[in-house]
Design a protein around this ligand. Structure first.
Ligand SMILES: [Zn+2]
Length: 58
């Protein structure tokens, strides 16, 4: 189980129960709702730049 930050709204999202996910530049982002995913998909560069890239534990 892993918790990540929804880049759109800043909420903590469990990757197992996330409403949606998108891959952008090799990184997978998870979202609390489909609304956040749609928002991200519109302008991924805006949200992807807002946070440090997170490397999953090996
Ligand atoms: Zn959200």
């Amino acid at each position: 189980m892993a918790t990540v930050t929804d880049p759109v709204c800043g909420m903590e999202v469990d990757t197992a129960t996330a409403a949606g996910s998108s891959e952008y530049q090799g990184t997978t982002y998870y979202f609390c709702s489909m609304g956040c995913k749609r928002q991200f998909d519109k302008t991924p560069e805006q949200y992807a730049e807002a946070q440090e890239p997170q490397e999953p534990p090996q």
